[in-house]
Structure formats: C-alpha cells, structure tokens
Design a protein around this ligand. Structure first.
Ligand code: ATP
Length: 715
C-alpha cells in the first residue's frame, strides 16, 4: 500500500473540505508569489518617477490582496485540521479493527511493544505529516511552481542560469536519502526492541526478583540504551546534513544571481526594479524549494511509519471468515475431528492424524503428559487455529465454514492464562453477556465457586480489579473466568487446566459443580490431574500429538496403558483439604525405581521423613548452582525445569507435574543443582533432607545400598 496513494484515497473521501483547503492554499500562495512583483512596479513606476498615484494604487492592491490571503489561509487551516483529524481517526480505527480481527498466530508474531509502538510513535509521525508536513509540502511545491513562472516572465535568461545551479539543490539530498532512510528504520527497530524489554521487565518482575537477576536485565537494558544512543546520533546527524545542504547551495546561487543580474542591468536588459523583484522572488522561491527538501526527512519518517502500519493492516487473518459463512446453532449432534494434523509452524506437527467424536451433551476430557498436544487440540475446537490437514466439525459443519460470531455465541473457552480487565468484578463477569440479570450473574459465580469470596469483599461485585487481575489470587482469577464463561450459557464449554491453581477442596467442589452441566452443555476439559476426570464420559489420552488410548476411566485403568501409568503415579498421596499438608504411602514410594525392592515396613519409615512444602506461581524449589540436599516428589502442581545456556539464556528443558520427582541424587551426595525447578502454578511438594535419609539408613543399611545401586546403574 503506497503512502501517497492511500493519502489521496483518504483525501478524496472528504471532497468539500479538500476543496476549501485547496482554494485557501491557492490564494495564499498566489499572493505570496505576487507580492514580490510589486517591488518592480514600486521602484520603476512609483519611486523612481516619484508617482504618488501609482504608489497609492500599488499599496491598496497589496493591502487588499494581503487581507484576502489571510482570510483564505485561515479557512484553509480550518479545513486542513478537520481533514487531518478525520484521516488519522480513520487510520486508527482501521488499525484497531484489523488487530481485533486477528487470531492467535498474529499475536505471537507481534508482541505488545510492536503493536503499541505502531499505535503510538508511528501514528504520531503520520499525524505530524498529515497535519503539518504534507500540506506544507504542497504549499511549497505550489510556491516553487508559481514562482518559477513569474521568474521566467521577469527575466528568462537569469532564470535559466539560476535553474541550472539549482539542480545541485536537489541532487545533494537525493544522495543522502537512502542513508537517512536506513538510519530512521534502524532507530525505530531499536525503539521497538527497547519497548519489548520494558514490557518483559514489568511483566516478569516477579521472576526477575525471585532469581535476583536484576543485573542481567539491567545489562540488557544498558546495551539497548547504548544502541539507541548511537543509532539516534546517526539518524540526527544524517537528517541535519539533509537539512543543511540546500542552504549552502542557496548561498552560492545568490552570488551567481547578483553577478549575472548586475551584468544584465549594465547591459540595460533589466531594470533596477525588475532586478529587485527578481531577487526577492528568487529568494522566496529558493526558500520554498529548500523547505521542500527540509520536509523530506519527516516524509521519509512517516513513510516508514506508514509502511510499518501498512504491514499490520495487510496481515490477513490466519483464521479467515468464509465468504458466506454458515450460522452455528446450539450443539445438537456433536463434535468430530477427522484425521486432524496441525503444526504451529510449517515444519513441525504438534497434532498428528487425530480423529475423535464428542457427542453433544457429554463430558470429554483430554489428558496426557505435558506437551502431548492437549491444549493445542482444545484450541482447534475454539478455532484459534485451523488444522493443516483434516477437519473439525460441529454438527457436521466444518469450522472453517461457520461464522465466527455464531461459534463464539454457542461456545466459551477458559484458558490457563485467564485475563481480567481493569474494571469491576461485575463488568468482568458481564463481559460476554452484557444483558444478563444480576441473579444469573450470581448463579454463574456460585457455580464457579467464587460467589462466597466475592460476597465477602467489602465492595462485593463492585470490587475493582487492578493490574489485569494481579490483585487476585490465581485461583480467584480462574474461577471468575469460569463464571464469565458460564454466564454466556454456551452449549459448548472448553476448559484448559482451569483448576490448576485451586486447593483440593475447592477443586473437588468445582468439578462437582461442572458435572451438573453435563446433558445441557457439552464439556471438554484439558487437565493433567486424572482424579478430576474420573466421571468423564470419555477420556482421550494424548501422547506425542496422537491419541494413545480413549475410553471411560474404569476401562482405561483396566487397559493398563499410559493412563494407568499416569494414574498410579498420581496416587498414593494424602493431601489435606486446604492443600497445606501432604504425605506419601509406602506403596507409592515402592514405585520409585531407587526404592524398589525395599521392604514395605522400612519404606513406611522413609515415608515418615518427608515434609510438605508449598510454592506460589513463579517460586523456585531448586535453583541451578545451589547446593543439593533434598529429594522432592510433586504431590500437586506443575513445575518447569530450566537451564542456563550461554547462547539462549534460560531454556526450558522439561515440565513436571503431579507424581513426578526430582533431585534424588541429593539423597547421596552434595552436588550443586544442575537446573532450576520453578512452580508454574501454586504447587505442593514433599521433600526429604539428605541428613534425615542418611540417619535412617544407619539403622537400615540395605536402603542405602539399594538406592546407591539404582542410581549408579542410571548413571
Ligand atoms: N504457540 C505455540 N507455538 C509453538 N509451539 C507451541 C505453541 N504452543 C504449544 N506449542 C508446542 O506444542 C506442543 C504441544 O503443546 P500443548 O500446550 O498443546 O501441550 P499440552 O499437552 O497441553 O501441555 P501442557 O499440559 O504442558 O499445557 C508442545 O511441544 C509445545 O511446546
């Protein structure tokens, strides 16, 4: 989309204003060009012959013309401010609407900083050009053209000589233009990178503090500020050269004009008044031409801004709306995935040939190890993405063929990162159902197990939410998001790990509450916690992007496959209702490879050595490089394991969940931790200290031998 073409299209939308601006501009410029001509007549016809009559006439014409020019200029300015305001309003709206239409891949490609800088600094630079630089550019172009016509009429030979010299006036900036463009672009990109760093600093402040890595970020910020400084210097220096060059050339031209003009006067080819008029008019025209080049940097700048905005505007939605989309009705038959293959990038497959059926009104669960593709499959059901191969159908209609509005009307999704707006709890709940009754809202909040908490706050449903919900606990945010979705009364409810931040008692209550919806609504729930899906009609077990097995809970247990393995891993723990005290039984310990073969009574004593530890989201259980003196088992929660790498900084290497264990080597010796383990959701783990374990093994040396043996084998 070319800048000038788009501008012209926008301008033509407002023809009356454009006409008023054009007339104002023309009259103003015509007067500015004609005024210097008066010198010729003043000197040659009034002053030299001392003709008072001619003097008064010229004076009257000058004053009248001046007043008319002021009136025309003022009307032109008025039209211009309206015109530019409308153009910017349209551009801002177009951009906002376009961004809203986009689906997830767009928001992964453009980060917050990228988009904010387009709405702020790029838009401001276009605004400057539209309301100031572009009209000024037009005015100066017109002044140059009319000025040249007058100059030719006054003395064509002198004009030709001056024009030949003026070529220099334009050649210089042309040479510098590409350097200026690249300097401007580099500076803008550096600004964008810095905005992203600020965004990360603010959003990740907890993690930064937890790891005490302020110095790392400060170092990054310093480097970027340094880059901004040097790129800024380069940009300003090139721009100032661009601006200064024409003035230098103009100085040389003046010398030529006085020399050749004087020669023509001595030859009687030019009168003194004619020379004075020529001199003044040439200076004015030259100034207008030099102004033209002065505006080149801001035109370049806005051209780049326009290109950046244009790039976003031309990004067609990754999940497009069909030309004549079908309207979905409440789910009556069911959902079907047929041979669905999907990858976030062209060269990767996160889901492979998935086929499954979910009858309307049933409760389906997607379970499986972390990274197996459960959430991805759920996002295809919400049509955040389209499959690369195969199809997702609702009541036989391919989601690619249905209108987004009808899909959103009949379905709701609650994701792991529940977003709340900075308004009241009530407004957040009513976000998708503005016309809902107070009683419906309370009913939805009750179902989501959050009503009692809200009712207990002094301002109740009018409690303000600050900082996108950071003032609430993760569990409260999750439940408010569930209530917001329930209030829509969707026929399909998609839930992604929505109970991950809840304590066991609230989780059980919420699961019971959601079960009541079965029959009226179709429920699809992604979870890694198997205890919450035992009542599901059908459980789909994902492994490496495929469905490894499926069926109801009992049947899957009997099959003795991956589900059974995961079930056994997650059981054998006791957790208090408030989630603060946990213990493990000897049967569960016996499943750990290094405790296998040890008598149950002795394992009972080992189980007694564990203590409970709780972690908030972002807390680190273990930090890379710290001394290792404890062994851990996750009773409930989700942790990521990260390692520092010289090339890419901190890198996630695995995700651990309920029943997983880590740090067993610390039972034997003090080796610094080789990775960091950090909670992704509020979590409970049990830990055993090496001293306690070793003290016990003095009583039962066989335990130590068994552990040593297994760990040695593993190495
Ligand atoms: N937006 C994304 N871009 C690229 N890859 C992604 C994206 N989201 C997820 N993945 C990758 O796709 C794979 C499947 O992820 P998905 O989130 O669907 O798994 P999951 O089974 O839901 O795991 P978890 O329980 O940890 O959320 C993983 O390897 C993950 O890293």
């Amino acid at each position: 989309m070319s800048f000038v073409r788009t501008m012209l299209r926008q301008l033509l939308r407002h023809r009356p204003l454009l006409l008023l601006f054009a007339i104002g501009l023309l009259l103003e410029v015509a007067y500015a060009v004609a005024a210097p001509l008066s010198l010729k007549y003043l000197v040659d016809e009034a002053f030299t012959p001392k003709n008072a009559e001619a003097f008064y006439l010229i004076l009257a014409v000058l004053l009248g013309g001046g007043l008319l020019s002021i009136a025309a200029g003022t009307s032109g300015d008025y039209a211009l401010s309206k015109l530019s305001g409308r153009i910017i309003e349209q551009l801002r709206t177009d951009l906002y609407v376009h961004v809203q239409k986009q689906s997830l891949p767009f928001f992964q490609r453009y980060r917050v900083g990228d988009l904010v800088s387009r709405f702020s600094s790029d838009m401001a630079s276009i605004e400057r050009v539209v309301s100031f630089a572009f009209p000024f550019f037009l005015k100066e172009t017109l002044s140059v053209l009319l000025g040249l016509i007058m100059l030719f009429m006054l003395e064509w030979k002198l004009t030709l000589v001056m024009l030949a010299g003026s070529v220099l006036l334009f050649a210089g900036p042309k040479l510098l233009q590409s350097r200026a463009e690249s300097a401007n672009l580099s500076y803008k990109e550096a600004q964008e990178r810095f905005s992203n760093l600020i965004d990360e600093t603010v959003k990740g402040h907890k993690t930064v503090k937890a790891y005490h890595r302020q110095s790392l970020l400060l170092e990054r910020a310093r480097r970027q500020i340094q880059t901004l400084l040097s790129l800024g210097l380069r940009m300003h220096w090139t721009n100032s050269l661009l601006e200064r060059l024409p003035l230098t050339v103009l100085l040389v031209l003046n010398g030529v004009m006085i020399g050749f003009g004087g020669y023509l006067i001595f030859q009687d080819s030019l009168t003194i008044g004619g020379f004075m008029a020529f001199f003044t008019l040439f200076m004015a025209t030259g100034q207008a031409a030099s102004n033209l080049t002065m505006f080149i940097p801001s035109l370049i700048d806005s051209g780049i801004s326009f290109r950046r905005i244009g790039e976003v505007l031309s990004h067609s939605p990754d999940v497009p709306e069909a030309d004549s989309p079908a309207e979905l009705t409440p789910l009556a038959d069911g959902i079907r995935l047929r041979d669905v293959t999907f990858g976030y990038t062209e060269d990767s497959d996160q889901l492979r040939e998935i086929s499954l059926d979910i009858p309307a009104g049933s409760y389906a669960a997607f379970v499986g190890p972390s990274g197996s593709g459960k959430s991805t499959a759920l996002q295809l059901l919400a049509r955040f993405y389209d499959p690369r191969e195969g199809a997702v159908t609702f009541d036989g209609l391919d989601l690619r063929e249905v209108s987004e509005a009808s899909l959103r009307m009949h379905s709701a999704i609650v994701t792991q990162d529940s977003f709340l707006f900075n308004t009241t709890i009530r407004d957040n709940l009513l976000f998708g159902s503005v016309d809902a009754e107070e009683s419906d809202m309370i009913e939805a909040a009750r179902l989501a197990m959050i009503h009692d908490s809200i009712a207990g706050w002094p301002e109740g449903y009018d409690t303000p939410v600050h900082n996108e919900g950071a003032s609430l606990s993760g569990g409260q945010r999750q439940r408010i998001s569930i209530a917001r979705a329930l209030l829509k009364r969707p026929s399909l409810l998609l839930l992604d790990e929505v109970t991950s931040a809840l304590d066991p008692a609230t989780e059980a209550d919420l699961n019971r509450s959601l079960l009541q919806l079965r029959g009226n609504r179709t429920l699809v729930s992604v979870t890694h916690r198997l205890a919450s899906v035992v009542h599901a009609d059908r459980i789909f077990v994902f492994r490496d992007g495929r469905i490894a097995e499926s069926g109801p809970h009992e049947e899957l247990l009997r099959q003795g496959g991956l589900y059974r393995e995961m079930w056994d891993k997650q059981h054998g723990f006791a957790l208090s209702q408030d989630g603060l005290h946990a213990s493990v039984d000897e049967g569960r310990l016996a499943q750990l490879p290094f405790f296998g073969g040890i008598e149950p009574e002795r394992l009972h004593d080992v189980a007694g050595l564990f203590a409970t530890e709780t972690f908030k989201e972002g807390d680190a259980a273990v930090k890379e490089g710290d001394p290792g003196d404890k062994f851990y088992i996750i009773v409930r929660g989700k942790f990521e394991i990260t390692k520092q790498t010289p090339e890419q900084g901190e890198l996630r290497v695995a995700v651990l969940q309920d029943g997983d264990h880590f740090g067993e080597i610390a039972l034997l010796k003090d080796i610094p931790r080789t990775a960091t383990v950090r909670a992704l959701v509020p979590s409970v783990i049990i830990s055993m200290r090496r001293e306690a374990f070793l003290a016990l093994t003095t009583q039962y040396p066989s335990i130590l031998e068994a552990v040593e043996h297994t760990l040695r084998q593993r190495q």
